[in-house]
Ligand binder design. Structure first.
Ligand SMILES: [Zn+2]
Length: 503
């Protein structure tokens, strides 16, 4: 027997009239009986306007249909679903993806209204594209607002059997999460090493049938959820990739914490440092300048490259797969370059005044950039909101009043282009701000490192030197003549002038 759900709605205005909710529901049940449908559920919105989609019974109906429990949806007429044609279309398309919608009073295509619906379908397709995010996330947003976990449970947690939508800590997995953090922060293990270790110990991976991999480990280390909160509605995913929404739109859901805020911050800092340090292929030798060297000719990274047992650095643009010839920048000897850079930096370290001046200049520069960047992000976001508003007003006009279509369509296309352009700009600006924020931890770490480094500067091994360099140097540009231009916290651009400083 065909399963069927009944949907009825009256607005506050209609409530007073004789044609009420009970009457609608009664008629629909009768209709179901004559058609031989079994009514499995009734969804009644009492006192809700048809102008909005935000109606509790409608929301439950959409969920039920999506769940696949309902074969036919019965309503009195399309108006019950929505007063707005655009919304009717959205709903019909959504509901009819999993069920059939039938009306008591009209056969849709045969009526003038039905015909009109079909005619404007093309227009509304664009509208729908804009709305698609709203549709798919509506239920999740609601759930998150009620403090419930929306996505599937993350590693380290299980759904709370006693309380749907809540999570409880899975103790074994939680201890693995803590262990991974400790390996990274306290033992300085790389992500790759952590993966090896997890596999060696036979720790069960987060999902059955899969092996531990760097992505999984990085996801655990990089996620702030283990500090006890998850955010919903934090990222918007559009044509230009993932974009952070303004913090006011985030919905925070509390979950039990597994690591402390401090541990998370420390892990983030180490990961950021490692990312910079391990650009290029993994090498058998220690390459002190890995991730720091950049080609002055083409702008690509210099990567480590052993040549017959000799350690060298070479421009990554050299062997790029492209139709154009590779970069001709010179290969440099690692021993020579490292000694040169280290002498420069060590001398600067021995001279605290020089170092402090450099730090202050760097911080001032960074602060100025930061203000500029944030202002730009705000300006772009404002502009984007303006364009989106215009677009929406135009669409509403288009859909509801059917004004001169050709002209409006052209203006819509122009607005869409403008919006896409703005989104792209905004996404890039936001990424820059995020990169800046990651830099913040560097300054504090620098003091510790400099003090330590001064004490034992001549006893540092290659790994220790590498760590010092990671904190002091932003980048080293390799010139065509193999000269090295160091930028970062160091005050001067050329090694020569630093080398001549009194120590
Ligand atoms: Zn190059």
């Amino acid at each position: 027997m065909t399963t069927c759900a009944v949907y009825a709605r009256v607005s506050t205005d209609e409530q007073a009239e004789k044609y009420g909710l009970a009457a609608q529901a009664h008629e629909l049940r009768a209709l179901a009986a004559t058609k031989g449908y079994r009514v499995v559920d009734e969804f009644l919105d009492d006192g809700h306007s048809g102008a909005t989609l935000d109606r509790p019974a409608l929301a439950r109906l959409r969920d039920a249909v999506r769940a696949g429990a309902i074969e036919v949806v019965l309503a009195h007429d399309p108006d019950r679903l929505s007063r707005k044609l655009a919304h009717q279309l959205l709903l019909l398309e959504e509901l009819e993806a999993r069920s059939r919608v039938e009306f008591l009073t009209t056969t849709r295509a045969a009526t003038p209204e039905g015909g009109l619906l079909l005619n404007i379908k093309g227009v509304v397709a664009e509208y729908e594209r804009l709305k698609i995010v709203e549709r798919t996330t509506r239920g999740k947003r609601e759930k998150a607002r009620r403090g419930l976990v929306v996505a599937s449970y993350p590693y380290g947690y299980r759904p709370d059997p006693a309380s749907p939508g809540r999570l409880v800590v899975h103790e074994e997995e939680a201890s693995v999460v803590r262990l991974i953090h400790a390996w990274l922060i306290e033992e300085g293990k790389t992500t790759r090493k952590i993966v090896d270790e997890l596999r060696r110990l036979g720790v069960p991976p987060s999902r059955a049938g899969r092996r531990w991999g760097p992505t999984q480990v990085r996801r655990i280390l990089g996620s702030d959820r283990y500090t006890g909160r998850v955010f919903y509605n934090r990222d918007a995913i559009g044509a230009h990739g993932r974009r952070r929404r303004p913090a006011t739109e985030w919905i925070e859901v509390a979950i039990p914490a597994i690591v402390t805020q401090e541990t998370h911050a420390a892990a983030k800092a180490v990961l950021a440092r490692n990312r910079a340090a391990y650009v290029g292929r993994p090498a058998r030798f220690t390459y002190m300048l890995r991730g720091l060297l950049r080609c002055g000719a083409c702008g690509a990274r210099y990567v480590s490259c052993p040549q017959h047992g000799r350690r060298c650095y070479r421009c990554h643009g050299h062997d790029r797969f492209a139709l154009t010839a590779g970069c001709r920048a010179p290969m440099i000897s690692a021993n020579v370059a490292e000694a040169e850079v280290w002498t420069t930096v060590a001398d600067a370290l021995r001279n605290p005044a020089t170092l402090r001046a450099g730090v202050e200049a760097w911080a001032a520069q960074r602060g100025a950039n930061d203000v500029d960047l944030r202002a730009r992000v705000e300006a772009l976001a404002r502009k984007l909101r303006g364009v989106e508003g215009k677009e929406k007003r135009l669409l509403d006009l288009y859909v509801e009043d059917g004004i001169a279509k050709g002209e409006v369509a052209a203006r819509l296309r122009a607005l869409t282009r403008e919006r896409e352009g703005l989104r792209g700009d905004l996404g890039r600006a936001e990424a820059q701000v995020a990169a800046h924020d990651a830099d913040g931890g560097r300054l504090a770490a620098l003091d510790r490192w400099a003090a330590k480094a001064r004490r034992g500067i001549d006893r540092l091994d290659a790994a220790g030197r590498q760590k010092v360099l990671q904190h002091l140097v932003d980048e080293i540009v390799v010139g065509a003549d193999r000269s090295l231009k160091i930028t970062g916290i160091l005050p001067t651009e050329t090694d020569q002038s630093l080398l001549s400083l009194p120590s």
